[in-house]
Design a protein around this ligand. Structure first.
Ligand code: SF4
Ligand code: SF4
Length: 108
């Protein structure tokens, strides 16, 4: 193929049929916030750890729903469990509990 000097961006398409729904179901039973989050981003915007790291509850929840469990854990590895995100969530999600549930599920 002729190299025109540009490339098509690889597709970011997800096939949700490939996502392990058992993990999503287990986590949703532990904390229903995985189902009720509307991905508004208020938690991420208020997070003090997000200033110096990639910490993001919003992205972590989306990663779980998309079957990217390792990414979800990585996104919360610098969380200090301060609870600030809990106070701003418009859905009333207990984000600290959600974070701990996720870490317990994958880190034992
Ligand atoms: S603030 Fe609540 S609803 Fe908004 S993204 Fe965070 S967890 Fe989801
Ligand atoms: S509990 Fe964790 S994710 Fe939530 S605001 Fe505090 S450091 Fe950020």
């Amino acid at each position: 193929m002729i190299d025109f000097g540009f490339h098509i961006t690889p597709s970011g398409t997800l096939n949700l049929d490939d996502v392990d729904q058992k993990t999503v179901d287990t986590l949703s039973r532990a904390d229903y916030g995985f189902r009720t989050c509307i991905a508004c981003g208020s938690c991420t915007a208020s997070c003090p750890a997000g200033v110096f790291s990639e910490t993001s509850v919003r992205q972590a929840i989306l990663s779980v729903l998309n079957g990217k469990d390792e990414k979800a854990l990585r996104l919360l590895s610098s969380c200090m469990l301060c609870g600030k995100c809990l106070m701003v969530c418009p859905r009333g999600i207990n984000t600290r509990h959600l974070i701990l549930s996720l870490q317990k599920q994958f880190e034992g």
